[in-house]
Write a protein that binds this ligand. Structure first.
Ligand code: GLU
Length: 278
């Protein structure tokens, strides 16, 4: 099977060294296998995305010497597809409307009998209550029902694993989906979510190897559940170390000095930047 990798940044800040590392690993991996490398713009959160960051992604990656396939997929242009797939989950009873506010959820999670810390579980409202909320125009998110997911997948639910490339070999890592609780798949503001959009796009684009930072290892468990529910073939995962700044903390978009832009403006060459990577 042809190897297809991808780098999928969100235009919510300038790319930094950590992004360069991830993008280069993905490109190298595709090239080594004579495969394809894709760039995808994850711009579903229109309140946080900025055109200047969007343009900078292309400029900075090209400056580093990366090349990718055209046309570049942009999630903001695929909202109708995400909606259709959410409607499919809805018709199968796998998602429900959640009208709770952040505060309601914090309170529910701090209740003394809540066993799995951070794992919010709930159920659809009674039909009349839901009808009233909708009539009042109350905003809601779509949450995945783990109870229904377990029902749908039967025994496979509790034994779900994902395949990770690690230390030159392959390991099966438990997906451990209960830890996520009933996650939001359709956000109140954008109508979709990172988890839903990213899984659907990776599957549709035929991505075979998902290589990203180890901060997303747990998310691979949830994504594996989504692949199973949509009956899609899951990819192989690899999680790379995160690049840290001088303070030992992982780089974030707010670390201006580590942005590729700042390094370039400071006179560094692409090779200097690559020389700073592990
Ligand atoms: N847009 C996500 C990010 O920038 C992509 C994560 C992923 O590679 O799946 O963190």
């Amino acid at each position: 099977m042809e190897t297809i990798t991808r780098f999928a940044p969100s235009p919510t800040g300038y790319l930094h060294l950590g992004h360069a590392y991830s993008a280069l690993i993905n490109l190298d991996r595709a090239q080594a296998a004579n495969g394809r490398f894709l760039l995808r713009i994850e711009d579903i959160d229109q309140t946080r995305c900025r055109p200047e960051y969007d343009a900078a992604i292309f400029e900075d990656l090209a400056w580093l010497g990366l090349t990718w396939e055209e046309p570049v997929v942009r999630q903001s242009e695929r909202m109708a597809m995400y909606e259709t797939r959410l409607a499919d989950l809805q018709s199968r009873g796998l998602i429900y409307r959640c009208f709770k506010t952040r505060k309601d959820i914090e309170n529910a999670l701090s209740a003394p009998h809540n066993s799995l810390a951070g794992a919010f579980r709930s159920a659809p409202l009674a039909a009349l209550e839901e009808r009233d909320n909708l009539a009042d125009g109350k905003p809601y998110a779509w949450r995945l029902s783990l109870t229904e997911a377990a029902q749908t997948l039967g025994n496979a639910y509790s034994t779900l694993t994902f395949t990770e490339e690690k230390d030159g070999g392959r390991v099966e890592t438990p997906a451990d989906v209960d830890r996520f609780g009933d996650v939001v798949l359709g956000r109140k503001d954008s109508g979709t979510s990172y988890h839903l959009s990213s899984v659907l796009d990776d599957a549709e684009q035929g991505v075979t190897h998902i290589i990203r930072g180890e901060d997303l290892r747990e998310a691979a468990g949830l994504h594996t559940l989504l692949y199973a529910l949509f009956d899609l073939a899951p990819p192989l995962y690899r999680h790379h170390a995160l690049i840290t700044g001088e303070d030992g903390k992982r780089l974030a978009k707010r670390d201006q000095a580590a942005t590729l832009r700042a390094m370039r403006e400071g006179g560094l060459t692409p090779d200097d930047v690559k020389g700073q990577l592990p």
